[in-house]
Design a protein around this ligand. Structure first.
Ligand SMILES: C[S@@+](CC[C@H](N)C(=O)[O-])C[C@H]1O[C@@H](n2cnc3c(N)ncnc32)[C@H](O)[C@@H]1O
Length: 389
């Protein structure tokens, strides 16, 4: 590779050599896929939160032991190098890629940053299966598009109580715009509805949960979110056939959309002719304590480039975290279904709080609310406020 690592970018505490970045601009926009080895600055917020979330995980679940981490789709190695540099309590950090140019660049980056990242060349699945005798606590799957092909191997690589971190960028599929692909890839019947961003998150967790159950494992979402062009999940993985049975019975189900009033329902339909989507995850999307600890990690790391953005996102999610087993409602969807004007979100939140319900904004939509009030009641509040405005 003649131009290997010509440009150097700073990300977190790392200096990362990237290749061909200057030739990958089209109309002032960076096209990371044009680079010989993929590097996307738009994913800095994803990696910043990853550093914070992994530290929170190590502090809570593995305070006394070195933690082995595997990232088998590493590209420049930026994520693994940052884990080795910025986390306390790491043991082996194993990075892999199928592309020899990526492997070479990731090795350059590990060495340039003075960290011991073991970089291996191969298919991510082979790398993960080869680790079955190594106690791995964290597997980070950050592919192009769908993570589905790698889930089985990642779950097998993880030891007891491991953390599976997953990115998905195939949002047209997960949000239901490509229904046939969704059925093939995630074994779920999806279609586009106003709440599709939350559907995307729940469909991906639902798929991973069913793969986990097939190997007598269960997952527990600690932090899940939708941002920009991707979904990101942090799932704790536990072993046990009974746990897996309970998870399937209690946390897998359907999400229903009622076109007549624009509401969404989780687990049970709220109208006679709903559109049903699933099976997907109907359990909680967050562990409030974990969200809080991740937020505190971000706040403490003043060097993070996306710190303000991450604090804003995690603060909203912290509000949502206690209400993870209900689906958000969209004021615009309710208003347009009932052909009424749309009241302000703050007015809807105030009214629901005055009525004694918990009601918060949601990161899934600027016109969304998450509340423990019945969705029909939220629709009634929207109607009443619209009539009064
Ligand atoms: C989106 S990039 C990874 C970005 C990286 N995780 C980061 O945070 O910057 C996906 C990488 O996966 C690699 N890849 C694609 N298919 C693979 C496979 N089956 N096994 C291992 N690596 C693969 C590609 O070569 C590419 O470098």
């Amino acid at each position: 590779m003649s131009r290997l690592g010509q440009a150097v970018v700073r990300e977190g505490k790392a200096l990362i050599h990237v290749d061909g970045i200057e030739d990958a601009y089209a109309g002032g926009r960076l096209e990371p896929a044009w680079m010989p080895v993929f590097y996307n600055p738009a994913m800095i917020p994803n990696r910043d939160i990853s550093v914070a979330a992994l530290q929170a995980y190590i502090d809570v679940y593995a305070p006394h032991r070195p933690v082995n981490i595997v990232e088998p789709l590493t590209a420049t190695g930026v994520r693994s190098v940052r884990y080795a540099l910025e986390l306390e309590g790491t043991g082996r950090v194993i990075a892999g890629d199928i592309d020899p140019r990526a492997v070479e660049l990731a090795r350059v980056n590990a060495e340039a940053n003075g960290v011991n990242v073991e970089v291996v060349e191969g298919d991510a699945r082979c790398i993960l299966y080869s680790l079955r005798d190594t106690p791995v606590l964290v597997a980070d799957i950050d592919p192009f598009g769908s993570p589905a092909p790698f889930i089985d191997a990642a779950l097998k690589a993880l030891g007891r109580g491991g953390l599976l971190a997953v990115t998905a960028t195939d949002l047209a599929v997960l949000e239901g715009s490509k229904a046939r692909a969704a059925l093939r890839r995630y074994m779920a019947r999806l279609e586009r509805i106003p709440h599709s961003k939350e559907v995307a998150v729940r469909a991906l967790i639902g798929y991973i949960a069913r793969v986990a159950a097939s190997m007598d494992k269960a997952v527990e979402p600690l932090l899940s979110y939708y941002q920009g062009h991707y979904v990101r999940l942090y799932l704790r993985v536990e072993r046990g056939a009974k746990r897996a049975d309970r998870m399937l019975e209690e946390q897998l189900g359907y999400l229903y959309h009622c076109p007549e009033d624009g509401t969404a329902w989780l687990g049970e339909p709220g109208c006679s002719n709903p559109r049903s989507l699933g099976p997907l995850w109907i359990g909680s999307l967050w562990d409030p304590r974990f969200v809080d600890m991740t937020l505190r990690q971000v706040e403490a790391r003043t060097y993070l480039q996306s710190r303000r953005e991450a604090i804003k996102l995690l603060s909203i999610i912290r509000g949502e975290a206690g209400l993870g087993t209900v689906v958000h409602q969209r004021i615009d969807s309710i208003a347009s279904s009932m052909r009424i004007s749309m009241p302000k979100r703050v007015a809807v939140l105030d009214e629901l709080s005055k009525m004694g319900y918990r009601a918060v904004e949601t990161h899934f939509s600027p016109v969304g609310v998450r509340s423990d009030a019945d969705p029909g009641l939220v629709a009634g509040v929207v109607r009443r406020l619209s009539e009064g405005s």
